[in-house]
Design a binder for this molecule. Sequence first.
Ligand SMILES: Cc1cc2nc3c(=O)[nH]c(=O)nc-3n(C[C@H](O)[C@H](O)[C@H](O)COP(=O)(O)OP(=O)(O)OC[C@H]3O[C@@H](n4cnc5c(N)ncnc54)[C@H](O)[C@@H]3O)c2cc1C
Length: 484
Amino acid sequence: MTKKVAIIGAGLAGLSAGIYLQKSGIETEIFELAPWAGGVCTSWERQGYRFDGCIHWMVGTKPGTDFYELYREVGALAADTVIYDAESIKQEINGITYEIPLRMPQFREYLHSLSAADTQRIDRFCDDVDAMVNSKMPAKNPANLSELLKMMRESKGFIKVMPKYIKMKVADFVEPFQSQVIKRIILSLMPAKFSMSALMMMLGTRMSGNAGYPLGGSQEVMHRIETNYRELGGKIHFNSKVDKIVIEAGKVTGIQTKGEFFPADFVIAAGDAHDALTNLLGDRYVHPQLNEMLKSAPLFSSLALISFGLNQQFGIPFSTSYEIPEGLEVAPEKITHGFSLRSFDFDPSAAPAGCSSVMVSLSAPLEYWNELRTRDMVEYKKQKQVLADRVADAIEKRIPGFKKAIQVTDVATPATYVHLVNLYQGSFEGFLPTPKTLTTTFRKTIPGLQNLVMCGQWLTAGGGICSAIQSGKEAAELSLRMLK
Ligand SMILES: Cc1cc2nc3c(=O)[nH]c(=O)nc-3n(C[C@H](O)[C@H](O)[C@H](O)COP(=O)(O)OP(=O)(O)OC[C@H]3O[C@@H](n4cnc5c(N)ncnc54)[C@H](O)[C@@H]3O)c2cc1C
């Protein structure tokens, strides 16, 4: 008889697990609490403007790389998907805008032009970035000796550079630089407490044209994956929050949603890890890494995304980070650490012709927005508009005419993420990629519990699209072995 697997969550990880299982002849059903598939990898349309709430850079967009093959297998990218690769990003430092090239040798030359006192340090840094640029990023462990030898040949730069940086914080790396501007530029590319390996990976993949933006954005990526899953025979139950993972004598026997029991030979928990351990398993089992990390490891902060549809284009580039020395009130506090503005003008499908859809992301406190949303929906909506107005005022000071061009405004708060996709602490990518989290290997199973595998962004520090899809694939492979 065909085996049946129930999957919790129709995000990238859950759909990817479902695709590989369907391909292997296993019957799967996905239970998703939201009315759509995609989880945090999503876009939304407002009056002809599309706002992409996810993709900034998608590692693995270069044909011939391991992640590109993975994307083609699940359908995340089609053979004709056009990839946009920004050549630079902008960063405001002490009132001056720096345009940082995302190409070699321009990046090296740019850093040299900023500081003669750091020549040797810049060269050592850029030599390592160059080694990453000229190396393949391995997506999986080699299965045999010949694959291992191939990986060592193709991923030489990666293998050499990553161990050198994985235990080093970005803050420690920038410390010896003489130039304050270079320090600020590096810290704008990757925050101080992240592992330097995250920065090397980001620069290596972006500079080699392997971390671009697929036109059509998250919406098209998700549409292709969901279509692929359905065409393989998979079923998705939307508006179906799983309340419980049902267990008999240490074995998972199915899931319960809306009070109804769905039997399954195996369950893949591809939703939120904290929800799975605490609510769905009732804190009865201990995951050796997750339980500890959920208590103590730093998480990506909760975000507010403020989007505007503009009736004209202002030439706003792919990404600009602004300072706000005057401060910006993001209730209940005033933030001074700046904000990032991105436009989707490079993607004609993101706005009506001649118009522009732009988005600002800001860290915002979860407690405030959650409490307000629960207590007073009218006031919550009012405060969202207040926030959008303040952000528009701040942009107007930098881009005159911006406010007059606004046709559509949309605000997603941290409460939106918790409410719509059950995201723990509203943390948009799970654990920060610090030296400690990046050197932790997360088990996919839970000791003492059979027939359950976990996957998704919480099982790989740093999260991200490629990690979520890869972890879904690995969960499917593990389930297949266990189902035999
Ligand atoms: C603003 C933002 C920007 C980002 N930028 C990038 C980027 O540029 N590059 C990049 O690589 N990554 C980026 N990411 C991260 C990336 O989108 C995620 O890491 C990835 O999509 C996570 O996929 P997932 O399937 O693991 O989790 P999720 O997307 O969280 O999917 C889990 C699914 O499970 C469902 N679920 C949860 N609990 C239950 C339950 N009890 N019952 C039923 N269903 C449940 C949720 O509704 C959700 O659909 C970004 C994310 C955000 C929010």
